[in-house]
Ligand binder design. Structure first.
Ligand SMILES: N[C@@H](CS(=O)O)C(=O)O
Length: 284
């Protein structure tokens, strides 16, 4: 069973009581055609679309190139980043969500019942757009105050674009060079925090590579949507199994300035990703 699904099933009853297709991630993303809405069908008539442009550019990076993902550089993903730059909430069917979230953030909907449901801890949602053996494309929506916990993308490259909202990105690089790193507790790695900032739609597309910024956490400062292209996909049979981490106390271990100790953990109990039917432009 794919690792994400295993983790999700392990984590909570909500997951177990829902039909399998409501759980989704790049590792579990098949949707039934009944989920397609009218707008989706309308979009099918378009012969090309900005979303198809992203898929085509991703093919150029992950399918046609002989270079393994581990060796990709900024230069190799430029076309893909350019095509991601053209995507807005309109192309992916999230204009209404974005409008509602902006209104909530501005306090305009504070009298309405759903605005009072903060304690319900809404889940992260996932809109599956496309997958093939070389890469996957989908959108994660993270409600304000929730996160995608610290995790890695072994041997993978990920190009992303924030479509709305504000997300804090904390990224780490493994740092075997740090003094004392070899003495990390079993099941832990020594890493350097290489990034801690807030990203918005205006920040433009971003990339993480197999050796840089590969471990990260997304925390929604405001509810946000992130379009992700991951290549190659997670696949435990190929050594690309997702791992989750928690930061341990590094002080007193003599690891040197800026060192973090990341201990491998199971995903938190309340971390659940629910699938939603994608209603945006169809991939030609
Ligand atoms: N790679 C994460 C999502 S993220 O890095 O945007 C996952 O597939 O769960």
């Amino acid at each position: 069973m794919r690792s994400f699904l295993k983790a999700a099933l392990r984590t909570n009853t909500l997951s177990r009581t829902r039909p399998a297709q409501t759980l989704a991630s790049p590792r579990n993303r098949s949707f039934d055609s009944v989920n397609w809405t009218r707008s989706h069908v309308r979009a099918m008539s378009a012969s090309t679309s900005a979303v198809s442009g992203v898929v085509e550019a991703a093919r150029g990076v992950f399918s046609r190139r002989l270079l393994p993902s581990e060796h990709l550089t900024e230069k190799d993903v430029q076309e893909l980043l350019k095509s991601l730059g053209k995507i807005t909430v309109n192309e992916v069917g999230l204009a209404k969500n974005a409008e509602e979230e902006r209104a909530k953030a501005a306090g305009l909907l504070s009298g309405l019942p759903f605005a009072r449901q903060k304690d319900r801890r809404p889940p992260v949602t996932y809109y599956h757009i496309y997958e093939c053996p070389d890469f996957t494309v989908g959108i994660f929506c993270i409600p304000e105050g929730r996160d995608i916990p610290t995790h890695d993308h072994p041997g993978m490259t990920v190009c992303s674009k924030v479509l709305y909202g504000r997300v804090r990105v904390e990224s780490y690089d493994e740092a075997p060079d740090l003094a004392g790193a070899a003495g990390a507790p079993p099941g832990a790695i020594v890493a350097r925090k290489v990034r801690d900032d807030v990203v918005t739609e205006g920040s433009g597309p971003q990339t993480l590579f197999s050796e840089s910024g590969n471990i990260h956490r997304f925390s929604a400062v405001e509810s946000c949507a992130i379009l992700d292209v991951l290549g190659p996909p997670y696949d435990s049979s190929q050594g690309r199994e997702i791992a989750y981490y928690e930061e341990d106390e590094a002080e007193g271990l003599g690891l040197g300035e800026g060192a973090s100790v990341l201990r491998k953990v199971l995903p938190p109990d309340d971390f659940v990703v629910e699938g939603r039917p994608y209603t945006g432009e169809r991939v030609a």
